[in-house]
Design a protein around this ligand. Structure first.
Ligand SMILES: [Zn+2]
Length: 295
């Protein structure tokens, strides 16, 4: 989608459901800067196609916002076309990690016949692990011709996360420093990293972007931007105080209270009624007892 004269988002590229991932590009007079390459070569072809169509005569470059495969899977396609890929100097992935990602995809296929056929290979068709060939280690400004973009260090989700800021349009491609609708992924770090992430949020707030293309989820505009920042901040602060991420492995079901979308609030699991097991919130009435089937 077109966000401004020069900025475009390519949203909803496939990854492991329910996750989809975003990319985008900024078209200067001479150069088009592509932000992230999707999770595979098929996504890269889509991004490349849109970027070529928006400004056909331009040379291209790519900026990866981070090292996770959903953002770099299309690098090989761009490098094959002689296009430079920029990323943080600290990014390095091994082919073992990439093979493990493919295996994990395959394991997640619900249908046994498709799993046995190894259909994850279809998703990663012609996708190779290719590292960036241009490295940065600090904030970097690129002149695209009539338009500048700034590559900013916004660590936290990983130590090497980058954002791409387009001052003239007030557009920020935040990578996974900000994501919308989904819970942010804190599992690549620990509380010290999450504190760093909070500093990166301050940095983004100081830019006061009009539009944010998050790493995942819908584009945020206007007042939505602050809501997204506040939401990610709240998750980080809660996780720091609890010492674990919201998506960390949860305690056994026998110790859990499941939130329910009902006026009565929380619904108990059965286990607090086991002998010797105190109800976690004694102020709440223990009845009626409802045992919910687990997905
Ligand atoms: Zn991501």
């Amino acid at each position: 989608m077109r966000l401004s004269n020069r900025c475009y988002a390519v949203t909803g590229l496939g990854y492991s459901a329910p996750w989809c991932v975003n990319a985008g590009f900024v078209a200067g007079d001479d150069l088009t800067a592509v932000v992230d390459t999707g999770g595979n070569t098929l996504s890269a072809q889509t991004i490349h196609g849109y970027a070529s169509a928006a400004r056909p005569g331009n040379r291209m470059l790519v900026v990866n916002t981070e090292k996770h495969f959903d953002h770099i899977g299309g690098n090989g396609f761009f490098r094959q076309h002689g296009i430079d890929v920029w990323d943080h100097a600290g990014v390095a992935r091994t082919s073992d990690e990439f093979q493990a990602e493919i295996a994990e995809f395959n394991q997640a296929i619900p249908n046994q016949a498709r799993r046995e056929r190894g259909e994850a290979r279809a998703f990663f068709h012609e996708t190779r692990l290719v590292h960036p060939n241009r490295r940065i280690s600090g904030d970097t400004r690129l002149d695209l011709g009539g338009c500048a973009v700034e590559i900013l260090l916004t660590p936290g989700h990983t130590a090497t996360n980058l954002s791409v800021w387009v001052p003239e349009a007030g557009v920020l491609f935040s990578g996974d420093c900000l994501i919308c609708e989904y819970l942010p992924n804190l599992d690549a770090g620990a509380p010290a990293d999450w504190r760093t992430w909070l500093e990166s949020l301050k940095r983004i707030e100081a830019l006061a972007p009009a539009i944010v293309v998050p790493g995942h989820g819908p584009v945020a505009r206007g007042k939505e931007v602050q809501v997204v920042v506040d939401t990610v901040r709240r998750v980080l602060e809660e996780s720091i105080s609890q010492g674990h991420s919201p998506t960390a492995p949860r305690p056994p079901a026998s110790l859990r209270v499941e939130p329910r979308a009902s006026a009565s609030g929380y619904m108990w699991t059965a286990a607090h009624q086991q002998p010797g097991m105190a109800a976690p919130y004694s102020a709440r009435p223990p009845a009626p007892l409802r045992v919910e089937p687990r997905a």
